[in-house]
Design a protein around this ligand. Structure first.
Ligand code: HPA
Length: 273
C-alpha cells in the first residue's frame, strides 16, 4: 500500500471527524434502492462524496451519493448512501477507499447490503438473504499489491468473512420482526452485464445462491482491516434464464417494495449488535 494512499485515508478521516463524524461504531454500505435507511438516523450529518477529500470522483452521470452519520438503534453509525462499483471504472482501491476511511474513524462492525439476483431455486424476488459466505469470481482482488503490515496481514483469513455470531443475530432479528429470512452464498462478478443463463447454471453448480456486482471487494478490505462483517442481500429478481429477461427497473421496484422490512431488520440488528 502506497504512502500517498495511507495519507489520503487519514486526510479523509480527519476531514470527516472535523465535520462532527466522531466515533462511529457501525458502518453501513447501503446498496441499490436500500439507501433510505440512512434517513432514519437522528441528528444526521450528511456529506456528499464529492466534498470528501480523497473520495473517488464520480465519472458517471449524477451524484455518486453521500455519507450519513447519525444515531440509529441507539448507536452512532456511518452510512454510505450509494457505493462505488468496479464496473463503473473505479480502481478497486477507490471502490474500497470508504471502508478504509470508516475503519480509520473507528468502526468495528461493517454491515454490507446489496441487491442481488436469486440463483437458488427456492428464492423469490423480495426475499432477504443473510450472506453466509461469498465467492470472489471477479478475477481480481483489492489486496493485490504491496502490503503494509500495520494496516493488515499479507494473507487475510477469509474463513469467517461474514461473522457467524452476526448471522445468528440477523436470524433472531428477522424472527422478532416477523420476517422470513433466507441465507446463502453471494457470488460476486464484476458486471456490468447481467449473467447469461449458462453462467447462472454454472454459478448454481459452483455453490452460489445469489449473484451480484458489488460487496466482495469491500468485504475483503474490511476483513484485511480487522472488521467484523454482516451481509444482507435483497433478492430483486430470478437470475438469468429463470425469468423472461432482466432489467434494472425491476431491481429498483423490488427494493422499494421490501425496503420497510429491510429497514426494520437492519435497524434492529444495529441496536442489538
Ligand atoms: N445479477 C447480477 N447483479 C444483480 C442481479 C442479477 O441478476 N440483480 C441485482 N443485481
Amino acid at each position: 500500500m502506497e504512502k500517498e494512499y495511507l495519507e489520503s485515508i487519514s486526510k479523509a478521516a480527519a476531514y470527516l471527524k472535523d465535520k462532527g463524524m466522531e466515533k462511529p461504531v457501525v458502518g453501513l454500505i447501503l446498496g441499490s434502492g436500500l439507501g433510505e435507511l440512512a434517513e432514519e438516523a437522528t441528528n444526521p450529518v450528511a456529506i456528499p462524496y464529492e466534498n470528501i477529500p480523497g473520495f473517488p470522483v464520480s465519472t458517471v452521470e449524477g451524484h455518486a451519493g453521500q455519507l450519513v452519520y447519525g444515531e440509529l438503534g441507539g448507536k452512532m453509525v456511518l452510512a454510505m448512501q450509494g457505493r462505488f462499483h468496479f464496473y463503473e471504472g473505479y480502481a478497486l482501491e477507490d471502490v474500497t477507499f470508504p471502508v478504509r476511511v470508516m475503519k480509520a474513524l473507528g468502526i468495528e462492525t461493517l454491515v454490507v447490503t446489496n441487491a442481488a439476483g436469486g440463483v437458488n431455486t427456492s428464492f423469490n424476488p423480495g426475499d432477504l438473504m443473510i450472506i453466509t459466505d461469498h465467492v470472489n469470481f471477479t478475477g481480481v482482488n483489492p489486496l493485490i499489491g504491496k502490503n503494509d503490515p500495520e494496516v493488515g496481514p499479507r494473507f487475510t483469513d477469509m474463513t469467517e468473512a461474514y461473522d457467524k455470531g452476526y448471522q445468528q443475530l440477523i436470524r433472531e432479528c428477522a424472527q422478532s420482526n416477523g420476517l422470513e429470512i433466507k441465507e446463502g452464498v453471494y457470488f460476486g462478478l464484476t458486471g456490468p452485464t447481467y449473467e447469461t443463463p449458462a453462467e447462472i447454471r454454472m454459478i448454481r453448480t459452483m455453490g452460489g445462491d445469489a449473484v451480484g456486482m458489488s460487496t466482495v471487494p469491500e468485504v475483503i478490505v474490511a476483513k484485511h482491516a480487522g472488521l467484523k462483517v454482516a451481509g444482507i442481500s435483497c433478492i430483486t429478481n430470478y437470475a438469468a434464464g429463470m425469468q423472461s429477461n432482466l432489467n434494472h427497473n425491476e431491481v429498483v421496484e423490488v427494493t422499494t417494495r421490501v425496503k420497510e422490512s429491510f429497514k426494520s431488520l437492519v435497524k434492529d440488528f444495529v441496536a442489538k449488535v
